[in-house]
Write a protein that binds this ligand. Structure first.
Ligand SMILES: Cc1cc2nc3c(=O)[nH]c(=O)nc-3n(C[C@H](O)[C@H](O)[C@H](O)COP(=O)(O)OP(=O)(O)OC[C@H]3O[C@@H](n4cnc5c(N)ncnc54)[C@H](O)[C@@H]3O)c2cc1C
Length: 452
């Protein structure tokens, strides 16, 4: 491929080729998708992104936008030799406003850096996930990332007040005014959130911040049965106004985490099910919890641990956050991130093991996730990474009970064949027409969301 024009646009340090391209760009985080690319491009600003995409459009060259490459669905992997457009050098937080609680950032800034900038400003950014130090704001917008605090603050789409993006022809669209009310036609930020780099490259965003809590507390609870745990989930969602996360994991997952990372389990007797409840709010939090219906469960349970400062909270959170890494350190997992409709979680748990075993009797099944949102991460080790039979039956099962085959990770390449489990033919056709409007030459992330 003739790369001289791109080098002229980006400068020699803005294009890397051959031996300088390592797996961090071409292999996805799970290790399941391995691609290759002639070059990784590093624009520094929106004008450069626009020039690069004008060239790609004119020359029909496919390009994959990439942030931290922490996505879970092969959405940023160049399986067909596409160029990679990395936002890693677009790392300026350009504007912070401590009065309105907003900031404007380039898309390559990590989620962790935005969180820190918000704290410095006396506010908080309402999205959190354990890949925070690598995942980019552009990537979280492109995947409409969820994470542990959706229960309280909503997903990424809820945080984006305005954005700027470059379409597949190189045209710059959007605005960063962040008006509280602006019903002027279609809502571009809403459409581009979750578009997975198939419509436009997000270059900058104006984000809303939420009130910083004065106190935070983490509570770990152990249960014998899932039914007991689900009863507490209901109480937490309905009656604990300060709740900001309600996470679930199970005995085999915790055991794997403790083995892999040398952690001591929370109690000498293992529980079958664990809930991690995080509460945050104004001072007086402990009093409010002790007057809430949750207090009864806390008093009667033998298995409760509290974390009320940064160190003890982190210790508790490690049991949950290290699940993804512990599983990936054991093998290449089939990762299926699903939402179960309200009231069907018990049904799901009763059947999921049999569904997996119907394909591979020796498979290891690990479940964990965001119980408060009905969002469960189904991780399966055993079946060969390229054998997708187990993926199909699990997603079919989830769709059959009214769930979503992608809660927060997106469709990417991993689930493109199954989009029709949740979307009608007419809807998929409409999506394709929207893509053509933004990307008439089909150069932006081909193969993601849609089978070609
Ligand atoms: C340990 C771990 C825990 C995780 N936990 C969660 C979780 O709790 N919740 C959750 O939702 N996700 C989670 N994820 C998944 C991942 O972190 C998110 O999907 C994140 O939003 C990806 O951001 P990224 O910058 O790494 O994007 P990438 O992986 O680089 O890209 C993801 C997708 O976005 C597109 N893209 C990237 N940047 C842009 C841009 N600027 N413009 C247009 N398109 C772009 C890519 O083409 C691709 O389709 C986790 C991942 C890991 C490794």
């Amino acid at each position: 491929m003739e790369l001289q024009t791109l080098k002229n646009i980006l400068g020699p340090e803005g294009v890397i080729t051959n031996k300088d391209i390592h797996g961090g760009y071409t292999t996805d985080w799970t290790g399941r998708y391995i691609g290759s690319t002639p070059a990784v491009l590093f624009p520094k600003d929106t004008a450069q992104v626009s020039q690069v995409l004008q060239w790609c459009f004119a020359n029909s060259v496919a390009v994959i936008p990439q942030g931290g490459n922490t996505g879970m669905v092969g959405g940023a992997t160049p399986l067909n030799g596409e160029l990679i457009l990395s936002l890693k050098k677009m790392t300026n937080i350009e504007e912070t406003d401590g009065v309105s609680g907003q900031l404007v950032t380039q898309a390559g800034v990590t989620l962790g850096d935005v969180q820190q900038a918000a704290i410095k400003l006396g506010w908080k950014y309402g999205v959190d996930l354990s890949a925070r130090d690598s995942a980019s704001i552009g990537g979280t917008i492109a995947t409409n990332a969820g994470g542990s605090q959706v229960l309280r603050y909503g997903n990424t789409r809820r945080q984006v007040l305005g954005l700027e993006a470059v379409t597949g022809t190189g045209e710059v669209v959007g605005d960063l005014r962040g008006l509280a009310k602006d019903n002027t036609g279609y809502h571009l930020p809403g459409l581009l959130c979750g578009s997975e780099g198939t419509l436009a490259v997000v270059t900058r965003a104006r984000l809303r911040l939420v009130n910083a809590p004065e106190e935070e507390i983490s509570i770990l609870l152990g249960f014998e049965s899932l039914q007991e745990a689900l009863r507490v989930v209901e109480v937490v969602k309905k009656d604990l106004y300060d709740v900001q996360a309600c996470e679930i994991f199970f005995r085999n997952g915790l055991s794997l985490v403790c083995d892999q990372f040398g952690l001591t389990p929370p109690w000498s007797t293992p529980s079958n099910v664990y809930l991690l409840v995080d509460a945050a709010g104004q001072s007086g939090l402990v009093d409010r919890i002790s007057q809430s219906p949750l207090a009864g469960f806390l008093e009667s349970s033998k298995y409760v641990a509290f974390g009320s400062d940064a160190v003890s909270r982190k210790r508790i959170w490690r049991y949950r956050e290290l699940h993804t890494e512990a599983i990936s350190a054991t093998g290449v997992p089939h990762k299926l991130d699903v939402t179960i409709p309200h009231g069907r979680l018990a049904d799901f748990y009763d059947n999921i093991e049999a569904v997996v075993r119907s394909i591979d009797n020796d498979a290891q099944l690990f479940l964990f996730g965001h119980a408060g949102d009905g969002n469960i991460h189904v991780n399966i080790l055993g079946p060969e990474p390229e054998d997708l039979t187990v993926d199909k039956v699990v997603l079919e099962f989830v769709a059959s009970i009214g769930g979503s085959i992608s809660a927060e990770h997106g469709i990417g390449r991993a689930k493109a064949s199954y989009l029709h489990f949740n979307r009608t033919d007419s809807e998929i056709e409409l999506f394709r027409r929207v893509k053509v409007a933004f990307d008439p030459a089909g150069i932006l992330n081909p193969g993601a969301i849609f089978n070609k």
